[in-house]
Structure formats: structure tokens, C-alpha cells
Write a protein that binds this ligand. Sequence first.
Ligand SMILES: [Zn+2]
Ligand SMILES: [Zn+2]
Length: 147
Amino acid sequence: MEIQSEKNEIMDVFYRISKEHGLKITPQRTAIYRELLKAKDHPSADIIYKRIVKKIPNISFDTVNRTLLTFSKIGITNIVEGYGQPKRYDPDMHAHHHFRCIQCNSIIDFHNTEYDNIAVPGEINKQFTVINKKVVLEGLCNTCKKR
Ligand SMILES: [Zn+2]
Ligand SMILES: [Zn+2]
């Protein structure tokens, strides 16, 4: 029950921010956003496309790709930084950190309050305004470790 209301809240934010940016809320865009929200694996556009085409057979890859880029531009999804191509998308806008497997490229979320509160070096604070901090740990996931 609680999870359901949280989901509705997220959809409300989606509708509101889309409206603020003059983005029409189409059934395709809503479906792409819902698919992205469900994903815990930081999917690429290609993976989202493969999942969604099963439900909306006439959707094009280009639509999915452009829509995801638009979502990140208006700030309702993040592009996982530093992984090059293809871009990976992250619908979780709350503070969290990533573990990345260097072998299979899986990206796993984790939470850690110490990392959230990590101090920004003075020389950075002097020059820049930091608005987002993310710790990325790299290594081998359990599946790759066993190989
Ligand atoms: Zn792995
Ligand atoms: Zn994430």
C-alpha cells in the first residue's frame, strides 16, 4: 500500500515537471517513464527499448532514445556518469552511490550516510559549487568473481 502511494507520488512529479517544461504527456512517454522506474539495473536506451517494444510494438528506438535524453535534460532521470557509451539511465534521483562491476558493467545501488556526508576538498569548494556527490566503487560482482 505504501509502495503504491509512493509510486503515485513519483508519477505526480513526472507530470508536474513535464508540464513545467512544456513537455506533452503522451501515452508513449508515460510508458517509457514507467518502464524506467521499474528498472533497477541502470538500463541503456537499447534495453529500455527491448522491454517496451513488447508492450508497444509500434514504438521506435529513436523515440525511446530521444525521450530518455529529454527526461535527463528536464531532471527526472540521471545519466550514470563516466561510463561512456551507451549511456545508462538512473531513475533514482535520491542520494545514493554505485558499485560497478568492471567485467560485466552491472551498476548496483547502495546507500551510505557517511558517503553522503563526505567532505568536499577546500580547493574544489573555493572554485566550484558542488550540488551532487556520488561515490563509485569498482570491482567484481559476485557472478564475475566466481568465473
Ligand atoms: Zn560482473
Ligand atoms: Zn543508481
